[in-house]
Design a protein around this ligand. Structure first.
Ligand code: SAH
Length: 473
């Protein structure tokens, strides 16, 4: 053992598992956990918030960080409030209900600022205050609840944090009320028709999950029953009855997922009754016309309708289009951003890995009579270099990658195409900072970052960054 190792070992003994320490909480992590320091350790404490002094029971000790449970709030932050939901500490779906909403926004702004300056080591980047929601409750347009058994009855709810026990949830305060109604009716009907809940340990039973998605603007909703078995005899009756009881439900599906896995949906979805998709509209205003979108059960669609319009508005503001540009929207999903760009660009391309989403995108282009678009199926890290070799010369590139951020090949291909502007939409400040730093190495500087609160009450953080070619040194 070196001296350093001995010192590290001594530290980890003092901060040992099971012991409690009083720790001032000074920051918030990228996933909404409180962060404090104890000696040389960074300590992550779920449910603690900056400004708290907390008694923390240590649960894990690693080389230079530890995790602990919030045992007691010695002295609360002035921004602490009573969580609205009685399941808040059990469910794990929300991380910030104990913080007043304005303070949530300030914390999220700070997380983005810290990511950009400390992780990305970028200077001179303006991080704007996070754009908050008018109503931070009842916003989610999509719910997926597991089904199980509690006290001998079929229950629909959320997993209790860190377990696979299901806590019945009759009303989720961040869900659209239509989704809450659907979940209640779905449970009643499943019970009425003696549907057997799936049991994870044994693999017995039928019903695994119930999903619903509502189009906030039109009110249309779709429901998916995920079953372990292909046989689901009462499916049709349940579907009809659900549509009668809740006329806003226009389509009901069965998805078959026999696999012993955590992945919610299986590969096969079939319609039990009603329509194949729901339709929504997005209104960003200004120079842009509203767009209509058809959404099928498995396509990605932003989950907070009001804030999506605000996010897209920021993207379009940064885009500064004047009908002459070629634009590429990478990670385009069902083509939402692509179709807005196309309204004021000469040509817009969408690049997306999931074939169903690209099919939806093409249908959406036709639905909106937009012809100056082209959608390419494939992984961005393969398609974008091909586009570059094929001579596509975009003026603007928008990227909106999943949490893990962009593949280095995507960053390189983007920079090599020399667009006048890059707009990076991110749902993870850590990978955003990493990629902005990567782009700086490739000759693009970040001018401004605008966080948008797409997920009130949760620790999730969305942000849009605007980049331009850096002046030659
Ligand atoms: N911009 C869209 C969706 C962004 S979500 C909107 O606003 O609706 C991210 C999308 O990236 C998803 O549709 C996902 O299927 C897609 N994706 C994930 N990995 C990818 C990859 N390697 N190449 C291309 N697309 C990918």
């Amino acid at each position: 053992m070196t001296d350093k190792d001995t010192a590290a070992a001594a530290k980890s003994i003092s901060l040992s598992k099971g012991r409690a320490f009083r720790i001032p909480i000074t920051g918030l992590s990228h996933n909404g956990e409180g962060v404090g320091r104890f000696r040389n350790f960074t300590v992550f404490v779920p449910y603690a918030i900056p400004g708290d002094t907390a008694d923390v029971r240590i649960e894990e000790v690693h080389k230079n960080y530890a995790r602990g449970e919030l045992a007691f709030v010695r002295s609360p932050s002035p921004h602490r409030v009573q969580p609205r939901c009685r399941l808040f500490y059990q469910c794990g779906g929300c991380q910030l209900q104990q913080v007043d909403y304005q303070a949530q926004l300030a914390l999220k702004t700070k997380v983005v600022e810290d990511a950009v300056t400390r992780l990305g080591k970028l200077q001179g980047v303006e991080v704007k205050p996070c754009l908050g929601a008018r109503d931070p409750w009842y916003y989610r347009n999509k719910v997926q609840f597991p089904v199980g058994t509690a006290q001998g009855r079929l229950v629909v709810g959320c997993y209790a944090k860190g377990t696979h026990d299901i806590v019945p949830a009759d009303e989720c305060f961040i869900q659209h009320q239509t989704n809450n109604r659907i979940m209640r009716e779905a449970r009643i009907l499943a019970e009425k028709y003696n549907v057997r809940p799936y049991a994870e340990e044994s693999g017995d039973g039928t019903l695994r999950h119930v999903l619903s998605r509502v189009a906030a603007k039109t009110g249309q909703a779709m429901v998916v029953f995920v079953t372990a078995t292909r046989e689901f005899p009462p499916g049709r009756k349940i579907a009809d009855e659900l549509m009668t009881r809740l006329p806003q439900v226009v389509g009901v599906f069965q998805n078959i997922n026999p696999a012993r896995t955590n992945v919610i949906m299986g590969p096969e979805t079939r319609l039990l009754a009603g329509l194949e998709s729901i339709e929504d509209t997005i209104h960003v205003g200004g120079l842009y016309e509203d767009l209509r979108f058809k959404i099928s059960p498995q396509s990605f669609y932003q989950t907070n309708p009001d804030q999506t319009a605000i996010l897209y508005r920021e993207v379009l503001k940064y885009a500064e289009l004047s009908y002459r540009e070629t634009a590429i929207d990478v990670y385009s999903g069902i083509g939402a951003i692509t179709l807005f760009l196309a309204q004021r660009a000469l040509k817009a391309y969408g690049v997306e890995a999931v074939a169903e989403a690209v099919n939806d995108a093409k249908k959406n282009a036709r639905l909106n009579r937009i012809e100056n678009v082209e959608f390419l199926v494939g992984e961005a890290e393969k398609v974008l270099p091909q586009m570059r070799q094929g001579g596509v010369a975009p003026d603007l590139i928008v990227v909106d990658p999943p949490r893990k951020g962009c593949d280095p090949r995507v960053l390189r291909a983007m920079a090599e195409m020399r667009p006048k502007r890059i707009i990076y939409v991110s749902c993870n400040p850590a990978t955003l900072a990493r990629d902005l730093a990567g782009l700086r190495e490739l000759g693009y500087r970040t001018l401004e970052v605008q966080p948008v609160d797409m997920f009130p009450m949760t620790g999730h953080i969305e942000a849009v960054a605007k980049l331009e070619p850096a002046p030659q040194q």
